[in-house]
Design a protein around this ligand. Structure first.
Ligand code: LER
Ligand code: MN
Length: 272
């Protein structure tokens, strides 16, 4: 079944970023439960920043799940990346991701690698950077599998990374890995910038797609931009997608309106 989720950011440095909820875990679970979401996706400052007992209580009391944990704070807060030319920095980045995988595994959810992929430039050429990323994902994918957690890799648009931008090139890259435990994240905002045809890209991505960031062309809630969601949702259904369609959108005009708009659009598209 396709399930709904909504993002909460606990990272102050990410203010202004594309997360719907910002007021902490308790209010996020309350909003998600009241509106009828299935899960909450958590963007946390680090593996130790979340009170696990509190999160366990929120999950148990609300009946909701944790959809995924993001690892981007490793970049945003600590400047770490999996394609850093310095091996010590790459190892620190991998250590951060491993601990986030442990955190995700405790709540039966996947861990997402987005901005932690880094970028090439300066003395670091593209194929070397991709080689570093490949080695990191290979190890981290296996590590995640050992914890019963799926690692999700997110291609970003060209203004955020110059490594992999489209679903097609990312699938080709993931197929070079020995591990099958790294799935693709289709973020509809990045895709709106990079793909020729969003629905065709989703259909081609097929079973590689493990998670979706549900957001409109302008990074506002689904239905507040110009993405043709009927066509995109038909593609998502066509591939038999069974994961989370998770609202990663700007809190505009407010978190409450973005959350309400998202669940309305989700129901219209996936619960008819
Ligand atoms: C993370 O999911 C993402 O989409 C990035 O663009 C956040 O900056
Ligand atoms: Mn995203």
């Amino acid at each position: 079944m396709i399930r709904s989720a909504i993002t909460v950011s606990l990272v102050e440095e990410a203010r202004g970023g594309p997360f719907v909820l910002w007021e902490g875990l308790g209010p996020a679970f309350e909003t998600a439960r009241t509106l009828g979401f299935d899960a909450v996706e958590i963007f946390a400052p680090g593996p130790d920043a979340v009170d696990r007992e509190e999160l366990r209580r929120l999950v148990d009391e609300s009946g909701l799940s944790v959809a995924a944990v993001g690892t981007g704070a490793g970049m945003v807060k600590h400047g770490l990346s999996l394609s850093d030319p310095d091996p010590g920095q790459r190892e620190k980045a991998a250590g951060f991701v491993r601990e986030m995988i442990d955190f995700g595994a405790e709540f039966d959810c996947s861990a997402i690698i987005g901005s932690m992929q880094g970028r090439w430039g300066g003395d670091l050429d593209k194929s070397t950077a991709l080689g570093y990323l490949q080695a990191s994902l290979e190890q981290l994918g296996d590590y995640a599998a050992s914890q019963n957690c799926v690692l999700i890799y997110e291609p970003l648009n060209r203004y955020e990374s110059n490594l992999l931008n489209t679903l097609q090139e990312t699938v080709a890259f993931l197929q070079t890995l020995a591990t099958e435990n790294v799935k693709l994240l289709a973020d509809l905002f990045h895709m709106n910038i990079e793909e020729t045809d969003m629905a065709a890209a989703i259909i081609e991505g097929g079973s590689h797609i493990g998670h979706i960031h549900f957001v409109d062309s302008n990074r506002r809630a689904a239905g507040m931009g110009h993405t043709d969601f009927d066509v995109v949702a038909a593609a998502i259904r066509q591939i038999g997608f069974e994961g989370y369609v998770s609202a990663e959108a700007l809190p505009l005009p407010s978190s409450a309106v973005a959350a309400e708009q998202t669940i309305k659009k989700f129901r219209e598209l996936f619960r008819n």
